[in-house]
Design a protein around this ligand. Structure first.
Ligand code: SAM
Ligand code: DTB
Ligand code: SF4
Length: 350
């Protein structure tokens, strides 16, 4: 049995061979245009060099502050501008958060993600947020937060409290961005990612597909993510959840194979990152999940609810893992071999 890297592969990084940051839009579009089978074969081949293809990382998600957000993100049920019938909840008490975190430990999750419907955190909320990070860390879980834009000082405060990951999505291409959000700029988002990186936390950043964007916008999103000085350690690919009352409620279905292509291209471009099959799984059948895993998705949100919308039940996910021979990734994996999984790679190219 081989063991595999679950974090960046240092040798590959040092060699600078595969971890590229200079993808042109044309090159990315060419990946999208490949015959489906060729694209999936390439993605799966790359995937096996960096990860155990039969392990998927499992995170749980909790909304620690819900609704009444001043931003106008057209996809989001939590914006105060859209009438989505959502019940607003103020910042959760620490003990309630920790109850949920204990339940996450019991369910086998290794990462606990907390999300707040804020444009950015207020200074007065920081002590409570910091206490949540410390409490979650003390339970032995990896922690992740998504709280909106951060200043450098806020990023450092969270990093010092022991927060492992910060999620902040670029959402889409720079060109399509203005059709979706007007209350903060693409540059604002890049700056928050820069603050997070400088603070020493790991970066979780991805986007949403199915918002009416073109294929070139999906290519543009991935190009931006892969052009960051260091690739995000986690790349969530969300399929739009169409929520009644939001401007995107009647958006057309995205071709499911186009979604799988997006996962595969993300896997090829950011080979050492966890690519998360994120929102939208409720609308995906088992075959679609299996294809996404084959295309290189190796992380999911686990549990009945995302932030405000439903997610497949945990036992359905585990039953599918079982049928596919997939195991949840353990948190601390022993040191990876210097050259990962040659056996699997050889088998794949033969
Ligand atoms: N308010 C913070 C922010 O926007 O940075 C954090 C929470 S926000 C809900 C986190 C991410 O969830 C968004 O960036 C977006 O990518 C995703 N998201 C929100 N609503 C969604 C929807 N209806 N479908 C798919 N993804 C969604
Ligand atoms: C991410 O990229 N997806 C998650 C997480 N980061 C915070 C959120 C998905 C939200 C889906 C809509 C909802 O449940 O409100
Ligand atoms: Fe607010 Fe975040 Fe929703 Fe945008 S995505 S409206 S910032 S909660």
């Amino acid at each position: 049995m081989h063991s595999f890297a679950t974090e960046k592969e240092p040798q590959a990084v040092a060699a600078g061979k595969e971890i590229r940051h200079d993808w042109s839009r044309q090159e990315v579009e060419a990946l999208f245009a490949m015959p489906f089978n060729d694209l999936l074969f390439q993605a799966q081949t790359v995937h096996r060099r960096y990860f155990d293809p039969n392990q998927v990382q499992v995170s749980t998600l909790l909304s620690i502050k819900t609704g009444a957000c001043p931003e106008d993100c057209a996809y989001c049920p939590q914006s105060t501008r859209y009438d989505t019938g959502l019940e607003v909840e103020k910042l959760m008490e620490i003990e309630r958060v920790l109850e949920q975190a204990r339940a996450a430990v019991a369910s086998g999750a290794t990462r606990f993600c907390m999300g707040a419907a804020w444009r950015s955190p207020k200074q007065r909320d920081m002590p409570q947020v910091v206490a949540m990070v410390k409490g979650v860390r003390d339970l032995g879980l990896e922690s992740c937060m998504t709280l909106g834009m951060l200043t450098q000082a806020q990023a450092e405060e969270l990093s010092e409290a022991g927060l492992d990951y910060y999620n902040h999505n670029l959402d889409t291409s720079p060109e399509f961005y203005g059709d979706v959000i007007t209350t903060r700029t693409y540059q604002d988002r890049l700056e928050t990612l820069d603050h997070v990186r400088r603070s020493g936390m790991k970066v979780c950043s991805g986007g949403i597909v199915g918002m009416g964007e073109q294929q070139t916008d999906r290519a543009g999103l991935l190009q931006q993510l892969a052009s960051l000085a260091q690739h995000p350690e986690s790349v969530p690919i969300n399929m739009l959840v169409r929520v009644k009352g939001t401007p995107l409620e009647n958006e057309e279905d995205l071709d499911p194979f186009e979604f799988i292509r997006t996962i595969a291209v993300a896997r090829i471009m950011m080979p050492a990152s966890h690519v998360r099959l994120s929102a939208g799984r409720e609308e995906m059948n088992e075959q679609m999940h299996a294809l996404a895993y084959f295309a290189g998705a190796n992380s999911i949100f686990y549990g009945e609810k995302l932030l405000t919308t439903p997610n497949p039940r945990a036992n359905a996910d585990m039953a599918l893992f079982d049928r596919l021979g997939i195991e949840p990734e353990r948190r601390h994996v022993e040191k990876a071999p210097a050259i990962p999984s040659p056996h699997f790679y050889d088998a794949a190219v033969r």
